[in-house]
Design a binder for this molecule. Sequence first.
Ligand code: SF4
Length: 498
Amino acid sequence: MAEVLLTADRTLMSDYHHNVFLGFGTCAPPNVIPDWLYKFLFFPPIKTRDGIPIAAPYGLRKVEAQLLKKGFDVLTVDPDHLKEYIDDAKVLGIHVMDPFGIGPASSTFAAIFKKEPFLAQYFHVLMEKPEIRRAKKHGLKIIVGGPGVWQFKYRPEFVEKYGIDCIIDGEAEKVVGKILQVALSADVLPQHYEVSVKETPSLEEIPDIVNPSINGLVEIGRGCCRGCKFCSVTLRPLRWYPYEKIMREINVNLTSEYASNTCLHAEDVMLYGSKNTIPNDEKLIQLHELVMKKCEGFCWSHCSLATVASKPKLFSKIAEIIQQKQPWWGVEIGIETGSPELAKKLMPAKAHPFKAEEWPEVVRTGMGLMHDNNLIPACTLIVGVPEETEEDIIKTIELMDDLKSFRSLIVPLFFVPMGRLKDKDWFKKTEMNKLHKELLFKCLEHGFYWIDKLIDLSIAGKWYTTLIRPFYKLFVEIIRYKARSLDQMVVNSQLRNT
Ligand code: SF4
């Protein structure tokens, strides 16, 4: 029993069949697949022992490690087992990613399905748990943290209704201890705590995780130096972890008997150890050699097309190291736009060391290299940024045509005000014009072309593959059907307007 409990909702306490791409399924709303089956397919509950998950989201593990280091009595608990622990707890810390389903991916899915996504529903389910409501009446303090906290600013009535005492916004290592002290001493907590740049932890102040993270995710660095206007990551300083720290965390995951896989996490894994936007060959190669010696399965969280395009030989060398153990690996990347003009305005350094106006060519080169070297990217495009013109959308549609033959998923995401654009207006689906819809269909067609092959690659080798493959394909068919009805609505509205 512990006085501080940490948890997250059901959609976050899953290992997604050890496939991070499947995690995207939590952004979709309920559909014709029964909810229990959908949950099994996309976010099955993580295994537990006495209600304690054998792995948890990495961000939650960092907070857990920091609190243990500071001497707090803390335990990470599965959301469905809180009732066994909560009566002894004084504080409940909740990790959030997209609690209200208004993040870019889920709001785009919502435009197609017109319903609240699973991840928002399950966050609600967590907050509605009778044991939490009861404990709250008896004085439990609720503290929320994680990348999705910005959404609470848009839901003040929810914060009030569920008695959320404090929302921590930013890297919490240096502040979470003192906030917990206040919570335990029954003093009044600040309702919204924004971590200042001064309070951003240095490398030495970031503890190693002490328990396994989901899918063997380990951070190799924080921050990004590219400065895209729509991004909040870029406001934080760039720090790379030394090999020893990374390997210590990998060992925590590997010795747990939970995972033999590692997912290296950074905003651009290819830039490991670099001070700018030019990769450091030696450090990147050494990191991969060290990691591949230890692990059976492997992926990257993010990388950028510019770094891949700027060092094709280095990229092939890394692919060679990885492919000694597995035939392909995955990553998320941001294409954002096919317009050089918009790239110049919004993300002037995203193409660096190339010029911003060379961005479409950088995308074509980078995507080609990824295809040839068996790196499969899940890519994003931003739709509806405040400065976007019709010409910009046309350029992105043209770029989509050039990317047809590259194995990938490309998802258009509605603009959400963040980073230096946080005071701008949201993009709503009602603002979608004909060109936006054409772009959406291009992305869907691209996805439909590649998805069967990607499903086969993603679930190959599992005992239940034959059993569950048809259901994933059914889900793709549902999206295809919904997209067609959206298409029909567009045609109807165009006929009405002529
Ligand atoms: S490259 Fe990615 S992480 Fe870096 S500032 Fe741009 S959007 Fe953010």
